[in-house]
Design a protein around this ligand. Structure first.
Ligand code: MN
Length: 278
């Protein structure tokens, strides 16, 4: 049992040096402190291999939820998708310990509570779900990911449909929707339909479309209590701003030359390092 501080780190994306620099700045002590990540541990940054090895070796002082790039790594490593050169995954994909790292990675969920009222999830909380419902659906995906036939699951995971939630979806559609909501969501239409086209800042949506297209965290969630909060990553263009303290964005775009963020749950302080100082 750890009695030190609890930290949550934003998207690392293989930026190993940045990760180490940020943990040093925060005086993270793996023998006492706990580190959670909001996913997208790998891809695009300079050293995804060292990033995964380092995080795995933190053992019980580290946990994460999976992001779209983490799932993509699993798909690429199993021959379901082709690697993109820009993902810079070559040395990871050629590493002798790749199977160990993948087996370690696929044990993690898509959504998790870090205390009784705080959810961590890579993209966000789908507005029609409570935190507990999100976790229970995440567990369904997790069972498939942990299972022996997880490669079959990965093969059926890709696609933008269905783009709206219904509890009656057939199993493969149901799991695909949960993956998309938890790892890819940004804008959601009023009907609850996920929009996969727009990755920009919410302010860039033309005024006459704002009602139609709003960030997931601006849609009313009738099941979310005011004491609950959601910590997420994924949407670098936000630079962490949601204008609502219930929703804490931690992807501040380090891999794009901005900064990497680490929230200390105990002090509520956000510690940042800038890519330009790396
Ligand atoms: Mn992402």
């Amino acid at each position: 049992m750890l009695h030190g501080k609890t930290f949550v780190i934003g998207d690392i994306q293989g930026c190993y040096k940045g990760l180490r620099r940020l943990l040093d700045k925060a005086h993270f002590d793996p023998s006492n402190d706990m580190l959670y990540a909001v996913g997208d541990l790998v891809a695009r940054g300079e050293d995804s291999l060292s990033t995964l090895r380092f995080l795995r070796d933190l053992n019980a002082s580290f946990s994460t939820v999976l992001g779209n790039h983490d799932l993509h790594l699993l798909a690429v490593a199993n021959g379901i998708r082709k690697a993109k050169k820009s993902d810079k995954l070559t040395s990871l994909l050629n590493a002798a310990d790749l199977p160990d790292l993948l087996n370690w990675l696929r044990q993690f969920p898509l959504a998790s509570k870090i205390d009784s009222n705080t959810l961590i999830v890579h993209a966000g909380l789908y507005p029609k779900w409570s935190i507990d419902e999100c976790i229970s659906l995440s567990n369904e995906v997790s069972q498939a990911l942990k299972g022996d036939s997880y490669v079959n699951f990965l093969a059926g995971m890709y696609g933008n449909n269905p783009d709206s939630w219904s509890p009656d979806l057939p199993m493969q559609d149901r799991l695909r929707f949960v993956v998309n909501a938890c790892t890819r969501m940004r804008f959601v239409q009023q009907s609850g339909k996920l929009d996969f086209d727009n990755k920009s800042h919410p302010d860039s949506v033309p005024a006459n479309q704002r009602k139609k297209l709003a960030p997931w965290f601006e849609r009313t969630n009738e099941q979310l209590r005011t004491t609950e909060r959601v910590i997420f990553g994924h949407w670098a263009a936000l630079l962490g701003e949601t204008r609502n303290p219930q929703f804490i964005g931690l992807d501040t775009g380090y891999v794009w030359g901005q900064s990497m963020s680490l929230l200390c749950i105990d002090s509520k302080e956000v510690i940042r390092i800038d890519a330009k100082d790396g």
